[in-house]
Design a protein around this ligand. Structure first.
Ligand code: SAH
Length: 283
């Protein structure tokens, strides 16, 4: 589909000069962009994008100047300030500015900080949510982030804080005890420490875990493992970030819901992975 294809009839908002729209690009697959994102891409004068935004998505904005603002691994906060101030400068220069971030801009994406700086400088903003990797990425791996037979809550956590360490502010014992399913962003670097903390807090060594890398792209890889074996298995599979790590029984649902494997001709491994012995919808 090209940018010339009209959007469905709707009162699409017009980008105004001097505005910044903070927009989620979804986890990778361009089909997971929202229509508001597509509407923004075709109007922007300039797109400032992050490392996790797929190149194909930028092709939706052929008229726009592209500025790469990638940074990985929670490094210098000074640079984050530079990005925010660059947005301010571009808006003040009268540009229609699209700030494009992977996933959802307000989920572990510093979108809140950028938006705050813009408002503090008197720049008008619009926020366009996106599909976050911790939900959409797991769906592409056949893992429902909630399932009535598994969890009534889900916890999204980041594997490191601004300093690059495992977040000291996180109470892993409470998270471990209170949440049946834990979805970890940016968890690869400190996975040994995180797994150890979860086990120390009482989670089983056999607890199912999935690691989904470059989710929703053509390079997506899914590792099914357990808390006790995750460190060795990640090393053996030579997995690299970006990755979403999901801890909990919902990982087992992949045995029946791996729709990508099934599309490639694989049979479901187990139609009732939670052993409920009844069709799911009869509860
Ligand atoms: N705002 C983003 C998250 C940004 S933090 C969102 O809502 O998805 C960056 C982290 O997100 C990565 O380290 C990784 O944990 C996760 N992530 C983002 N895109 C991903 C993808 N395509 N596959 C796997 N993990 C991804």
């Amino acid at each position: 589909m090209s940018p010339q294809v009209p959007l469905p009839v709707h009162a699409w908002p017009q980008m105004q000069p001097g505005w910044v729209w903070l927009c989620g690009a979804g986890p990778g697959d361009p089909g997971l962009l929202t229509l508001h994102a597509a509407n923004a891409l075709r109007q922007a004068d300039v797109v400032i994008y992050d490392a996790l935004v797929q190149e194909a998505i930028l092709d939706w904005a052929p008229q726009a100047e592209r500025i790469y603002a990638g940074k990985r691994g929670g490094k210098p906060s000074a640079k984050q300030r530079d990005i925010s101030l660059r947005l301010v400068d571009l808006a003040r220069a009268g540009k229609k500015v699209l700030r494009l971030k992977g996933g959802d801009p307000f989920v572990f994406g510093r979108g809140g900080e950028e938006a705050q700086t813009l408002v503090q400088h008197g720049i008008p903003i619009r926020i366009i949510p996106g599909i976050s990797a911790g939900i959409g990425g797991l769906a592409y791996a056949g893992i429902p982030v909630t399932h009535r037979d598994v969890n009534q809550s889900v916890t999204f956590v980041t594997g490191h804080d601004q300093s690059g360490n495992t977040p000291g502010s996180l109470d892993w014992t409470s998270i471990s005890r209170g949440s049946q399913v834990i979805v970890i962003y940016m968890g690869m670097k400190h996975i040994a420490q995180i797994a150890a903390k979860l086990i120390a807090a009482g989670r089983s060594l056999h607890e199912p875990v999935a690691v989904v890398t470059t989710a929703t792209t053509a390079h997506q890889q899914v590792l099914e493992t357990t808390l006790g074996t995750i460190v060795d298995d990640i090393a053996a599979a030579e997995l690299e970030p970006p990755a979403i790590i999901c801890v909990g029984q919902s990982v087992l649902m992949r045995q029946v819901l791996d729709w990508q494997g099934q599309a490639a001709g694989e049979a479901p491994r187990n139609l009732d992975p939670l052993g409920r012995g009844r069709p799911a919808e009869t509860a």
